[in-house]
Ligand binder design. Structure first.
Ligand code: COA
Length: 385
């Protein structure tokens, strides 16, 4: 193929068994299971194992995996020490990339990769995946305390993954509905075919780099506002709008200046993102718990969605997962600049499932290009230019 397709739109980058989506029908499946079923019936722990192993685990396999995750939540104090030297004003995604990359120095384990051309040791791959998934939440929540000048809250082994994440943020036992919402959000964000960050993970994995560096590459790629960074921008945008009454004029202004509406649109979906529909249901549950008392930001979001439906739906632009996750996290009191880090916590499962798949049939990524520069020319010495 010699044709250059910007953004590689429609170009298959890999062959994968992990997830699939139909952007016209609005269907997303992990290993063949619809996301709606997983969000209601599964847990993040089970979904991780489904993504990694390709099948729903037995009770014994799930219990064992859950125990492994709980055992691996603690990180060495050196990581906390590194965090103390990072500027509190730095972005949490930059901290997360730094901390995850540094884990490779404290918890070595890339012998399997460097010792052979291809890693077929599933035990090694599984153990590394557990170590990383378990510590992602710990690191993200630790930063919340360290950047505010406090020692982090230690992880608890008696809590589920979602409960422990919320507990480590607040230091208090989480509200059961918040824990249910967080668990569903982690499931919904865990995997999404070959998006930009997963592609970055594949490219890094194909060089046989350590899984810490694979995940660090993916974290750096997720951070941008066109990808995972959109959920944080959604909240900033809603704060800027202020109230539902301001929506029409604000939207008109943005669209006439050809600016993006954060949390709207998707390369693959030309209908409403199925994950956004599930998140809306969770928002309704939260509303019921609060007898309808939600923040003005929530009402502004609903007004913005309605206004966008009129203006953007004809282009196939609808709310995506980031529109609602940002609002939900905000309602749950989580800091907006940590939203993308929480996304990364969940997506680490998908990245590592793709890393494992890549290692199973590896060939280093080395695409070609369409050269559009100068043809060969003579070098002009400095004093003759
Ligand atoms: N706000 C306003 N218009 C949008 C839009 C948005 N968020 N997303 C897409 N559009 C418009 C584009 O302006 C373009 O219109 P045109 O044909 O008149 O020029 C059309 O819809 C197609 O969009 P395009 O930018 O070509 O889509 P893409 O596949 O290259 O980009 C995204 C996909 C996700 C990067 C893009 O929709 C976007 O930037 N969304 C906001 C960021 C976001 O929420 N990202 C999270 C994704 S999960």
């Amino acid at each position: 193929m010699n044709e250059y397709l910007p953004g590689l739109e429609g170009v298959p980058a890999t062959r994968s068994n992990i997830s699939d989506l139909d952007g016209i029908k609005g269907i997303l499946t992990y290993r063949g299971y619809p996301i709606e079923d997983l969000a209601i019936n599964s847990t993040f722990e089970e979904t991780c194992l489904l993504l990694l192993d390709g099948r729903l685990p037995t009770r014994a396999a799930l219990d064992d995996f859950d125990r492994q995750l709980r055992r691996n939540r603690v990180v060495k104090y050196n990581i906390r020490e590194i965090m103390k030297y990072l500027p509190a004003t730095g972005h949490p995604m930059e901290m997360l990339q730094t901390a995850i990359a540094s884990l490779g120095m404290f918890y070595q384990g890339d012998e399997c990769l460097t010792g052979s051309d291809m890693c077929q040791d599933l035990n090694y791959v599984h153990n590394m995946s557990v170590k990383i998934i378990a510590r992602m939440a710990t690191i993200v929540a630790m930063w919340e305390h360290v950047r505010n000048g406090y020692d982090p809250v230690a992880p608890r082994k008696d809590l589920t993954y979602a409960e422990n994440l919320l507990y480590m943020f607040s230091g208090e036992a989480p509200d059961p509905l918040y824990a249910k919402i967080m668990d569903a959000c982690l499931i919904l964000h865990a995997e999404h075919t070959i998006n930009a960050s997963t592609f970055a993970a594949l490219v890094a994995g194909s060089t046989l780099g350590s899984p810490y560096l694979v995940v660090a590459a993916a974290i750096g790629t997720l951070a941008g506002p066109l990808h995972g960074g959109a959920n944080e921008r959604v909240v900033e945008m809603l704060e800027q709008i202020g109230s539902p009454a301001n929506v029409p004029a604000w939207l008109e202004d943005k669209l006439s200046n050809k600016e993006k509406i954060w949390g709207m649109g998707h390369r693959e979906y030309k209908v409403k993102d199925p994950r956004a529909i599930i998140l809306q249901g969770l928002m309704r549950e939260l509303m019921d718990q609060r007898s309808g008392n939600m923040s003005v930001m929530f009402d502004t979001a609903l007004a913005l969605e309605a206004a966008c439906e009129e203006r953007l739906a004809p282009k196939g632009v609808y709310p995506n997962v980031d529109f609602y996750s940002g609002i939900l996290y905000r309602e749950m009191g989580l800091p907006p600049d940590q939203f993308t880090s929480i996304f990364a916590v969940a997506r680490s499962a998908g990245w590592l499932a793709h890393w494992r798949e890549q290692l199973g049939d590896n060939r280093i990524f080395r695409p070609t290009q369409v050269y559009a520069g100068e043809s060969v020319r003579e070098y002009v010495p400095l004093d003759q230019r």
